[in-house]
Design a protein around this ligand. Structure first.
Ligand code: A2P
Length: 277
């Protein structure tokens, strides 16, 4: 049975969702159909992925009621600022074909060239207007979060960050916990890198599961929101078969040792300034 997490604003988010980075209009219908059939109700997209319309169309075509679905999108780099956030949000809503968005995130902090404070002020306005249920950020570090909270008086409910067994982000997770921010893991499988790991495979054998399933289960047992991505219907289904087993304390401790300071696969948010997805 799918688990969910209650955010600080009282809204509930399905803990496991489908990541859609790199999925395009060609494969979206098959992917969405496979995901809905497997049990997914949470879909994570972004303006920068250029697939919001394809996702919105596929979800509409499925006939699944809007209130059963949970949709996240993100405000792209290059659109920071109060007014451009409002107009970009309208574009996202047109693309997705929905009236209310479940979760909207600032995709990257752009600490030097961007303006995440005014961007978030527009998010606050959109939430007040009832157009977004929950507002959060992505790829924010402690310093970015501190500035955002100090200058807007509002704490984002989610920070979606790169996080996998090879890059566990423990200090940032502790900071999130202290501030009531839920951590969401992108590239939770280390873009597939961690799946050849002997430790994860051997834990999987013990439970009759794959390394991918062990990894997704590890995120869930750590209280993380997790959005593995796959374009393959079989693997999409496999990645959802994680609610019928449990990792024990020894398994969790073994996975803990896989953490590495250089386990990052994506951009460093302090350096990422341009056209990052
Ligand atoms: P594919 O789309 O061919 O399934 P992440 O979510 O960490 O970015 O990882 C995504 C990558 O991991 C994709 O390349 C995806 O490839 C691959 N992947 C996703 N699920 C599985 C799985 N269950 N087994 C093997 N590879 C997977």
């Amino acid at each position: 049975q799918q688990t969910s997490i209650t955010l600080a604003d009282g809204h509930s988010i399905p803990q496991l969702g489908l990541g859609t980075w790199k999925l395009d209009a060609t494969n979206m219908p098959i992917v969405v159909e496979a995901a809905l059939e497997a049990g997914y109700r949470h879909f994570d997209t972004a303006y920068a992925y250029r697939n919001e319309a394809a996702l919105g169309d596929a979800l509409k075509a499925s006939g699944v009621a809007r209130d059963e679905l949970y949709i996240t999108s993100k405000l792209p780099s290059g659109r920071h600022g109060y007014d451009s956030t409002l107009s970009t949000f309208d574009e996202t809503m047109t693309n997705l074909g929905v009236d209310v968005l479940d979760l909207y995130l600032i995709h990257w902090p752009l600490p030097r060239t961007g303006n995440f404070v005014d961007t978030f002020k527009a998010f606050i306005k959109l939430k007040e207007d009832g157009r977004i249920k929950s507002i959060g950020v992505s790829n924010f570090h402690e310093a970015h979060l501190e500035k955002l909270i100090a200058e807007t008086g509002v704490t984002p409910v989610v920070d979606q960050i790169e996080l996998s067994p090879a890059f566990q982000q423990k200090p940032l997770r502790a900071f999130h916990e202290k501030h009531g921010i839920k951590t969401e893991s992108w590239s939770p499988l280390g873009t597939g890198d961690v799946l050849d790991n002997a430790e994860l495979k051997s834990i999987g054998e013990k439970h009759g599961k794959t390394a991918a399933q062990v990894t997704i289960r590890w995120h869930i047992q750590n209280g993380l929101i997790v959005i593995p991505k796959s374009s393959n219907p079989e693997r999409i289904k496999q990645n959802f078969q994680v609610f019928d087993f449990e990792l024990d304390a020894d398994d969790m401790a073994r996975i803990d040792t896989l953490d590495s300071a250089d386990g990052r696969t994506g951009a460093n948010p302090d350096e990422a300034e341009f056209s990052q997805v």
